[in-house]
Design a protein around this ligand. Structure first.
Ligand SMILES: Cc1cc2nc3c(=O)[nH]c(=O)nc-3n(C[C@H](O)[C@H](O)[C@H](O)COP(=O)(O)OP(=O)(O)OC[C@H]3O[C@@H](n4cnc5c(N)ncnc54)[C@H](O)[C@@H]3O)c2cc1C
Length: 408
């Protein structure tokens, strides 16, 4: 088990400074343009691929950092640069993690390289779980996957929504119902290979923030994929379903939900994104407050402004500590007995929303315009309390974990 330390080692500092340089020199200067264009910033993703930031290798290295701090540190720096562009860079990781967590070695080796492409021809991937009638309530998912035994193919039908990179991805990972009787335990994940017939992009959403990240519906109309596209394989699925049916028969038994443990481990990464956006807005506000003069003195000389900055910084640091604690717990396999992963995401995302709003206030009229970045950062920050589980769902998970009530 890695000792917990607040101090990054030399190697981590080097990676952090390298990422910060990329965020400052490449991401931040492009942020306003791609926010206005509301398009995927392909040239920036390509730059990230060229230097090695947009690659599975990079994420694997950060993920397996024994301290657990590799991923939160990387997310904080990239999202400090700009949330929309950073999500375009890390969005593929969500689909890749789906394959890493559930796929066979062969599936990992086949599909993950196709998710990223290479520096000369970058690709992206999408993870499609949410549906119009199944957002927080994942168990009400309707997209069906039916096995055609004669052809050893799966046939998928349904509509996914809110998919980051949906429709523009080379590889889509789609969660579908294979046994409707079993609720969320009757779900399975499928790879939809590039160019598969029947998969189409539906509506592309025009969003409030993170506008450089593509979000769209994905429509599946008699999509046929080979049996080998079921993540983990048929034998493992059959065993899992048999166990779930057995438990359902016994009834009332409290089953530890493996998916919940995965969420606890992945949520701190979203918390770290929120910390990055909050820190960016705080830095702009601090700089502005020390240089902007009214009534013959810098506005930070007013306690009303100075105390806001003190609170902002305190909350950002507290959020980072919660994120680091949960990330350390995840890498060391510590049980999340108080839903510490959800706690970190809840606190960091709410902090980002609050801090970016305060930053606008500190910049006055300038804060309200697109001449300064805090207006964009505030729009971007609103996503953190929504995706990967809303703040209400985080509270629900924390409360049910504390009380011992089952999490469905
Ligand atoms: C920009 C963006 C990108 C996304 N990317 C992806 C992606 O790549 N892949 C993917 O699968 N999904 C993605 N999502 C979907 C995201 O995870 C969902 O939007 C989120 O889970 C909430 O679902 P919903 O929007 O249907 O809201 P709903 O579940 O309808 O919730 C509406 C409101 O009701 C509240 N609520 C619901 N249930 C309860 C309850 N039991 N108690 C208290 N309050 C409750 C919620 O907190 C919320 O405030 C993305 C969403 C956005 C906006």
């Amino acid at each position: 088990m890695a000792e917990f330390t607040m101090e990054l080692n030399d190697e981590q500092k080097e990676v952090r400074d390298w990422l910060h340089g990329f965020a400052a020199d490449v991401i931040r200067p492009a942020a306003a343009e791609w926010d206005e264009r509301e398009e995927t910033p392909w040239p920036v993703i390509q730059e990230a691929a060229k230097v090695g930031i947009y690659s599975l290798d990079f994420y694997a290295q950060q993920y397996f950092d024994a301290s657990g701090l590799g991923i939160p540190m990387a997310m904080e720096e990239l999202f400090w640069g700009d949330a929309g562009i950073a999500l375009s860079i890390v969005g593929t990781g969500l689909a890749a993690v789906g394959v890493l967590a559930n796929g066979t070695e062969e599936q990992i080796g086949t599909w993950i390289p196709q998710m990223y492409g290479d520096a000369n021809d970058v690709k992206v991937a999408a993870f499609c779980s949410s549906e119009p009638d199944a957002g927080s309530d994942v168990a009400s998912m309707r997209t069906r996957a039916v096995y055609d035994e004669a052809k050893d193919e799966w046939v998928l039908n349904g509509t996914k929504t809110w998919a980051t990179n949906g429709g523009i991805a080379n590889v889509h990972v789609v969660v579908a119902v294979v046994d409707p009787e079993l609720g969320s335990k009757g779900h399975a994940s499928f790879i939809i290979p590039p160019g598969t017939r029947g998969l189409a992009q539906g509506q592309k959403f025009k969003k409030h923030g993170i506008r450089a990240s593509h979000t769209a519906e994905v429509v599946l109309d008699d999509v046929r994929v080979p049996g080998s596209c079921l993540l983990g394989g048929k034998e493992k699925l059959d065993q899992r379903l048999a166990r779930a049916r057995e438990k359902a028969k016994k009834g009332g038994e409290r089953v530890k939900n493996a998916a919940m443990a995965t969420f606890e481990a992945s949520r701190p990464a979203v918390g770290a994104m929120a910390v990055g956006t909050a820190r960016a807005a705080y830095e702009v506000a601090l700089d502005y407050a020390t240089t902007r003069e009214q009534f013959g003195r810098p506005i930070i000389d007013n306690q009303g402004v100075a105390f806001q900055l003190a609170d902002m910084r305190t909350q950002i640091d507290a959020a980072r500590l919660l994120v680091w604690r949960a990330s350390w717990m995840a890498i060391n396999g510590k049980p999340f007995t108080a839903a510490e992963g959800s706690m970190s995401k809840l606190f960091a995302s709410e902090t980002a929303k609050k801090v970016t709003a305060q930053a606008i206030q500190i910049l006055g009229g300038n804060g309200y315009t697109r001449e300064y970045p805090v207006e964009r950062m505030h729009r971007d920050a609103a996503i953190y309390t929504i995706f990967e589980g809303t703040s209400e769902i985080q509270r629900l998970v924390i409360a049910r974990t504390l009380s011992g009530m089952p999490i469905r």
